[in-house]
Design a protein around this ligand. Structure first.
Ligand code: SF4
Ligand code: SF4
Length: 405
């Protein structure tokens, strides 16, 4: 695991060409040079040379990043800015005394409690059908300002229901897959997991449930490597049975689980890295047919290494529309949306506007945070026809018929 000093040469590779400005969503929203990799590298260069100190202000500039990796993919020098920012933030935590208040805000306990309460609140909305009521009055709520928009955003998470169609577990199956739920399934709403289990019901795979913690994506992105490593240890302890796959339905969990071996040198983390699969990997022998002629677009999450767009294009009976910038950051990115609310909403709004303009019915994606980002953007826009962001597996389970190839 590298620290900031180890990246000195990498940072030196930056030619200051400024090309990263043209792809960085945060720079486009703020026009702040400190938001883009070039600006951050200038600051970090000063810190490495001892001309600048790693202060709260520097950390706030490092936090002005969604971790989308667009600059890495575009940089002529091939610099992986995100890795450098993580090392720099870790440097901040190791050099500064963090106040009790900040520790509390950053604590995993508070994170879990807020997810838990959101989940309970969501269940109340669903049980008493308040979610449909809020949906109906969305255009009026939009005009009430910030709180109304937040309520619309929150409510959007509870607009889908997926019924468990599995009555009895199949015996004598061929493979065993441990399900990594992710925080969204675990605390907020398990519609996506239920959808995956429904789809895989006849695939010959036994699904095993375990009590995992968060994958640690926000700890890693924040540079809190101590917290991240604790979560890795806890999650690895759950892998105490023989398994063929560790299955995820979330592109961020998938991305981070594969990184465990970079931060933990146990054999278990290496084995896990080779066994992590997207739920889509286990559905390759299935064919999907839409139950209506839906017009859909996709949103590709920044962390999605699995090309799910072809899966959507291959759904029979679907009307697929390729929307500009479908693979650009939605602006949410966990803590970023809390730390930099206005910037996050600006990015989300411009992304959502492209989908509104395209006239599609659904925006299919594979990341819960992207669902939040797209809904956050849509909650900023007044329009007679707004597309509905939906998880891919929920769409495949509830809006399609499936057959074997
Ligand atoms: S694109 Fe790469 S080399 Fe060019 S300024 Fe940005 S970080 Fe530096
Ligand atoms: S990772 Fe994305 S948000 Fe962060 S500096 Fe690079 S382009 Fe900008």
């Amino acid at each position: 695991m590298k620290n900031l000093q180890d990246f000195e040469e990498e940072i030196y590779k930056c030619s200051r060409c400024g090309l990263c400005q043209s792809v960085c969503p945060v720079f486009k929203a703020t026009m702040n040079e400190c938001a883009v990799s070039r600006g951050k590298f200038n600051i970090l260069n000063g810190i490495i040379k001892g001309d600048l100190k790693m202060t709260d202000k520097v950390k706030s500039y490092l936090d002005l990043c969604t971790g989308c990796n667009a600059c890495r993919d575009f940089c002529p020098s091939g610099i992986d800015a995100r890795e450098i920012f993580i090392a720099a933030k870790q440097d901040f935590y190791s050099k500064n005394e963090i106040s009790f208040g900040k520790k509390l805000i950053n604590s995993y306990l508070l994170f879990k409690l807020s997810l838990l309460f959101s989940g309970i609140f969501g269940k109340v909305l669903k049980t008493f059908k308040i979610n449909s009521f809020i949906k109906f009055f969305e255009n009026i709520l939009l005009k009430t300002g910030y709180l109304g928009k937040r309520l619309i955003l929150f409510n959007s998470l509870f607009c889908f229901s997926v019924k468990n169609r599995i009555k009895t577990a199949k015996k004598n199956t061929l493979k065993t897959a441990i399900y990594f739920d992710g925080c969204f399934n675990k605390y907020i709403d398990n519609a996506t997991k239920t959808a995956v289990v429904n789809i895989l019901a006849n695939s010959g795979i036994t699904i095993v449930n375990k009590k995992f913690e968060c994958c640690g994506v926000s700890h890693l992105h924040d540079g809190d490597l101590q917290g991240f490593k604790k979560l890795i240890k806890k999650n690895l302890q759950q892998l105490d049975v023989e398994y063929d796959y560790l299955i995820t339905d979330c592109s961020s969990c998938n991305y981070v689980l594969k990184k465990y071996s970079q931060y933990d040198d146990s054999d278990n983390s290496k084995i896990l890295g080779n066994k992590v699969v997207s739920a889509l990997d286990l559905m390759k022998n299935l064919k999907f047919t839409a139950n209506q002629k839906y017009t859909v677009a996709v949103h590709k999450p920044c962390h999605d290494n699995y090309d799910f767009i072809d899966v959507v294009k291959n759904i029979e009976g679907i009307n697929f529309v390729e929307v500009d910038d479908f693979d650009k950051c939605c602006g949410f990115s966990g803590k970023f949306a809390i730390q930099n609310q206005n910037v996050s909403r600006t990015i989300s709004r411009s992304r959502a506007q492209q989908y509104v303009d395209s006239g599609v019915d659904y925006i299919i994606t594979t990341c819960p945070a992207c669902l939040l980002g797209l809904n956050q953007g849509l909650a900023e826009i007044e329009s007679q026809h707004k597309p509905i962001p939906i998880n891919l597996f929920v769409f495949l389970s509830e809006y399609c018929w499936q057959s074997s190839i």
